[in-house]
Ligand binder design. Sequence first.
Ligand SMILES: Cc1cc2nc3c(=O)[nH]c(=O)nc-3n(C[C@H](O)[C@H](O)[C@H](O)COP(=O)(O)OP(=O)(O)OC[C@H]3O[C@@H](n4cnc5c(N)ncnc54)[C@H](O)[C@@H]3O)c2cc1C
Length: 444
Amino acid sequence: MKWINPDSPDYDPARKVFNAMIDRRPAVIAQCSNDAEVAEALRYGRDNSLAIAVRAGGHSVAGMSMNDGGLVIDVRPMKSIQVDPESGVVTAGAGLTWGEFDRATQEHALAVTGGRASTTGVAGFTLGGGSGWLERSYGFACDSLVSVNLVTADGDRVTASATENRELFWALHGGGGNFGVATSLTFQAHRLGPVVHAGLMLWPGEAAADITPAFRDLALAAPDGVGLALLYLTAWPEPLIPERMVGRMAVAMAYLYAGDPEEGSEHARPFRELGPAVDLVGDTNYADFQCSLDDPPDHYNYWSADYHDDLPDEALDLFVESARNLPDATSQQLIARWGGAVGGNLGAATPLINRNAAWVSHPYGISPTAEEGERAKAWVKDFRAKIAPYANGGVWLNFIGNEGQDRIRAAFGNGNYARLARVKRDFDPQNIFRGNQNILPAGS
Ligand SMILES: Cc1cc2nc3c(=O)[nH]c(=O)nc-3n(C[C@H](O)[C@H](O)[C@H](O)COP(=O)(O)OP(=O)(O)OC[C@H]3O[C@@H](n4cnc5c(N)ncnc54)[C@H](O)[C@@H]3O)c2cc1C
């Protein structure tokens, strides 16, 4: 175990997380290599009455995996991965990122729904549900979980699966880091790749009002194997992008077909017929595509999200209007298509409600300076207020910051929240693990 305190030379790198807005100074960071070290760190934190946060990939946009003056349990040293090529069962150490996971599993043409950014941690992402390009085929990342090994608040080692600690296993399908420190996660992976048909198509911003409803209609008709989203972004300078588009708002479609690349090309045809100015969708390695849309580090991030059962033209007008006012060249607006396996019968085994929503809207400020970050925050809030009449009240917690208890309840609904609260009471009655989208223990 490596203990890092404010006097250690590696204190600053160890406390750095993805979002540059977060500048927290814990009293001590315990970098743990196994469950015994996690239990020891937890004991130390409890004996010294320290607030405890758990950190894996460091991508909580609200910085929930860091704290001020407390203990941070950093699981990043746990990087092991075992892949059984025959059965497709994969056991991943809690310190892996999705980029690392994808490279190892793709050697055997296996995949699990992973992050849209390869730098995201497998642990935090999956425990929060885990939405990615493969979800319309295989459900969320948590839907592929076979078991999770955890160290609980008392320092006990437990396994949660369909046969052991079943309520806990259910709670870990979206209930986040509330119930213990995960040390490894076992998945049933799916046969995919290494080559898939995937990439981006881009249209100039002037076409946004036409492309947006056309995308909606085509996306609703697309087969389940197609994972896709519409993004409004600023076109970046590179040889494949016409100069007239560079530095201006553009409409992009991210596309991935989870299956035979030729079929993927066929299903991409209706979108190609919309005449993109740039068509980067083609046959590519899945693992390469997975890291091709990584967001820039060291930026100031403020994010939010809403679910939508449908998006009438008037709602789409609001997206286009908001996109015309992107606060800076790195902030983006995304409309992701759900449906397929997301809304299928896998949903019954998770606490997440609203899986039948058709769309998720996700405005995210990713700004190069603190000042622009404040402007982006106002832009995100303004968009949410405008789109509210078309939102169904549900929320995907992984896509939001610290927005309070009402939003946490909205992710689960009152019935599932009460059930999660009972699991929380059984495994963490003192709410030791509260550096997260916090579920309060029943009776507290
Ligand atoms: C650039 C970027 C892209 C993203 N893309 C997506 C996306 O496509 N789909 C999606 O669903 N989400 C996405 N997210 C959100 C991301 O999945 C969540 O913020 C997730 O919690 C990050 O996990 P992490 O391990 O990287 O983060 P951390 O900040 O390390 O952890 C976040 C929280 O997870 C919990 N946690 C982490 N590790 C453990 C552990 N070992 N045991 C118990 N609890 C733990 C803790 O509560 C912690 O506060 C993205 C975030 C960013 C910044």
